[in-house]
Design a protein around this ligand. Structure first.
Ligand code: SF4
Ligand code: MG
Length: 319
């Protein structure tokens, strides 16, 4: 298959004083080589936890993460260190993820040194300069410290670091949410240029559908620990199948003079992901709910070729 990543029945549960938190609850999806899959949902829906569990920065509770056909959840430490070279992450807050006591040269060189990529120190410096060039940072900044840079440049440093070991796959967790709007597009464009140049595959995590829309080939929508819809970008925007996706889409702020009649207001309680009940997680907020939705958990299933949705009533709603 041309799927670089296949996630199957992934779960990440946390013990809390109130009970078991089902942060990621039986999530399955795949990412095709060279594409960007957007993972979108409200804050707390489990999308960041999913991104970290895929890289085993958080150990999955159960499930499979097949990267290039191998389940990395079974990998031992040495195998995982090897696999990590191909699987990197870019975080939301570049400042928090950069060591303030190291200069840019040291920060970008660190993964090369830890993994002993070059014997020759001069080669390391050459590679660092090459990486800085790739992400649009002038080599004059080699000795600068993170606090001397604006948010956009700091995120470029995070990108350079993530690229150092020539990965094939990068998780981007809200990469532009902490940046000024004026800088967001620059970083998004940079990531797309780099993707084309290097043939990378991305998982792009964001709460902001308007940002996801810009960069994604396909989109996975998450709600309270579950993927509720997974589809081609065009299909999702033209005809969202899941009632939650419909609500999410209708709430995209678009400039308009009149009141938004077609905005679906979500009502009802958001259930807690701690000890979640059986049935559809969206039940309390869904305007189409029926009895079956309360008693039976809808599975993600292929409704049409390449269109996956987890809703009992999708056939009826599409009539
Ligand atoms: Fe709504 Fe039922 Fe579909 Fe859940 S399964 S989204 S409650 S119609
Ligand atoms: Mg998050």
């Amino acid at each position: 298959s041309n799927n670089i990543l296949e996630v199957k029945n992934l779960k990440k549960h946390f013990k809390t004083p109130k009970g078991m938190l089902h942060a990621v609850d039986d999530v399955s999806f795949f990412i095709k080589e060279g594409e960007t899959l957007g993972l979108v949902g409200e804050s707390g829906c489990g999308k960041s936890t999913t991104g970290r569990a895929i890289l085993r920065l958080l150990e999955p509770t159960s499930g499979e993460v097949n990267f290039e056909g191998k389940n990395i959840v079974d990998f031992n430490g040495a195998q995982m260190r090897e696999a990590r070279k191909n699987m990197q992450i870019i975080f939301q807050d570049p400042y928090a993820s950069l060591n303030p006591r190291m200069n840019l040269g040291q920060i970008i060189a660190e993964p090369l040194l830890i993994n002993k990529v070059y014997k020759d120190r001069q080669k390391v410096t050459e590679r660092v300069k090459e990486l800085m060039d790739t992400v649009g940072l002038t080599p004059r900044l080699l000795n600068a410290f993170p606090h001397e840079l604006d948010g956009g440049r700091r995120q470029r440093v995070g990108v350079a670091r993530a690229l150092a070991l020539n990965p094939k796959f990068i998780v981007q967790d809200e990469p532009v949410s902490a940046l000024d709007v004026s800088i967001q597009a620059q970083i998004l464009n940079l990531m797309q240029d780099i993707q084309e140049e290097l043939g990378l595959t991305y998982l792009f995590i964001s709460h902001d559908l308007s940002v996801v829309k810009h960069v994604s080939d396909r989109i996975a929508v998450m709600y309270l620990g579950k993927v509720v819809e997974l589809s081609d970008y065009n299909a999702i925007f033209r005809n969202p199948l899941h009632p939650y996706t419909q609500a999410l889409l209708s709430a995209i702020p678009v400039p308009r003079v009149d009141a938004p009649d077609d905005m679906i207001i979500l009502e009802g309680d958001v259930p807690s992901p701690v000890n979640p009940p059986e049935g559809c997680r969206f039940y309390g907020r869904c305007r189409y709910r029926q009895d079956i939705c309360k008693s039976k958990t809808p599975e993600l299933r292929e409704y049409e070729p390449e269109r996956f949705v987890a809703c009992h009533l999708v056939e009826e709603l599409q009539k």
